[in-house]
Design a protein around this ligand. Structure first.
Ligand SMILES: *[C@@H]1O[C@H](CO)[C@@H](O)[C@H](O)[C@H]1NC(C)=O
Ligand SMILES: *[C@@H]1O[C@H](CO)[C@@H](O)[C@H](O)[C@H]1NC(C)=O
Ligand SMILES: *[C@@H]1O[C@H](CO)[C@@H](O)[C@H](O)[C@H]1NC(C)=O
Ligand SMILES: *[C@@H]1O[C@H](CO)[C@@H](O)[C@H](O)[C@H]1NC(C)=O
Length: 406
């Protein structure tokens, strides 16, 4: 029984949740040790020869993030918060048309749907709504991945049911949960992006993507508000990151610094509210709707050391991206026309582009830089707020501490 993981321990106790930041710090060394020392049955992870995705021959990999489609019944579901003259001609079909346009204009290598894919309250049949919502991704034949928001389960399927349906859809790389882990939520998985075919890093994951279920609402008595990323999920993240970093640093083609990681989930971390208000790109037009407790995922990401940016949705009127202690915290901005928004403020999506470095002999190496921008569903499909999230030269190494205080 002593090897039983701690979700059951923590899941029942408010006390432990409130004090989780401490617990989190205390358990870190143990979880890393156990990751290295125990037989680890999940061999599908960090397998050095089977990346599900890979960089293109031009050394680029592009991800389109679609947040909060809020899809319901299609043609009969009307738009929210559009201009008065747009009301009569606007429905879920505009969300579909926007997705088709985005795919055509950006031609991404992966589409990441970060929850509230459907708006369950207004969806008569969850299966039909999910099928319609993801249809443009399937038609495009571009690989896609989805995780759950807080509204996906409000129709005819449970959270587990929704995620199971998604996992069975065409073209998706979504998975229900890692095998051999006891974990909270539905839709916790990672994707590996291999180097360019034929290059020395073709068998290594040079970019790591993590997808997590940030839940819907608190289930802890007397704790109101939204869900959060649980200790069991953080433990899985730690082990996965640790394993991926080990594989990357091992022979053949041993690398010195970890491959960059990007994390996708729905509900923003409380740390989004801690960003320097004068120094982010994009807008903050509403509050940060995080959980009312902090489960410590940000320090967990910080300690893992590979994650460069976090991408969420949930707050449709916020689309900013700003850096906190070396990790960018980014919103995508609202995408769906049946989602609340702001009339006259265009629906939008976030694009991330990772670029590899050229090696001396003209081949491709590790990731050199990660950039992002947003594209709007306005008349000109404007591209705005381009920024660099990470580049190898400037952030590949930790800065030396120069102060000798305390
Ligand atoms: C929604 O789509 C219809 C049909 O293409 C179009 O006429 C209308 O302008 C669109 N509305 C918005 C708000 O984009
Ligand atoms: C990658 O793996 C394939 C298949 O196992 C192997 O043939 C190839 O030599 C490997 N390439 C590199 C650069 O490691
Ligand atoms: C603003 O943030 C960027 C990183 O996004 C950082 O490089 C820069 O130093 C910050 N500027 C200020 C004034 O804090
Ligand atoms: C290209 O250079 C890298 C080091 O930058 C080396 O590991 C690799 O073997 C070289 N590849 C070829 C095809 O010469």
């Amino acid at each position: 029984m002593e090897s039983k993981p701690w979700p059951s321990l923590c899941g029942s106790s408010l006390y432990l949740y409130l004090y989780f930041p401490f617990i989190c710090l205390c358990f870190h060394p143990i979880s890393v040790l156990s990751a290295a020392g125990k037989p680890y049955t999940n061999t599908a992870l960090a397998s050095p020869t089977t990346p599900q995705l890979r960089f293109r021959r031009n050394g680029e990999f592009k991800i389109l993030q679609v947040a909060d489609m809020h899809y319901a019944d299609g043609k009969t579901t009307l738009c929210e918060d559009v201009l008065p003259e747009q009301v009569a001609t606007c429905s879920d079909l505009n969300t579909t048309a926007f997705l088709e346009r985005m795919i055509r204009l950006e031609n991404p290598d992966l589409i990441a749907f970060t929850g509230d894919n459907i708006f369950g309250f207004d969806a008569t049949d969850a299966v039909k709504s999910l099928n319609a919502a993801f249809a443009p991704a399937i038609t495009s034949k571009i690989p896609w991945a989805a995780i759950l928001g807080n509204h996906d389960q409000e129709s005819t399927l449970s959270r587990e049911g929704v995620m199971k349906h998604i996992v069975g859809m065409k073209g998706t790389l979504s998975r229900l949960n890692p095998p051999a882990h006891i974990i909270d939520g539905f839709g916790n998985y990672n994707l590996e992006v291999g180097g360019v075919e034929g290059s020395t890093l073709q068998n290594k994951s040079v970019l790591n993507l993590y997808f997590l279920d940030s839940g819907d609402y608190s289930t802890v008595p007397f704790v109101p508000g939204y869900g959060w990323i649980k200790p069991s999920q953080q433990l899985w993240f730690q082990r996965t990151s640790y394993k991926l970093q080990g594989a990357y640093k091992n022979k053949p083609e041993a690398q010195k610094t970890p491959a960059p990681g990007l994390v996708y989930f729905h509900i923003p971390l409380p740390e989004y509210a801690m960003l320097d208000l004068s120094n982010y790109t994009g807008v903050r037009q509403e509050g940060i709707s995080s959980a009312s407790v902090n489960s410590g995922f940000f320090p967990t990401l910080l300690e893992a050391g590979d994650v460069k940016a976090v991408f969420t949705g949930h707050d449709h009127l916020n689309d900013f991206c700003g850096q906190l202690t070396g990790i960018h915290l980014c919103y995508a901005g609202g995408f769906g026309y049946h989602a609340y928004g702001k009339a006259g403020w265009a629906r939008r999506a976030r694009v991330v582009l990772a670029t590899l470095e050229k090696t001396d002999n003209g081949s491709w190496g590790a990731v050199k830089s990660i950039r992002t921008w947003k594209r709007l569903d306005d008349n000109r499909f404007s591209v705005i707020d381009a920024q660099i999230l990470w580049s190898k030269s400037s952030s590949g190494r930790r800065r030396k501490r120069t102060s000798n205080g305390h």
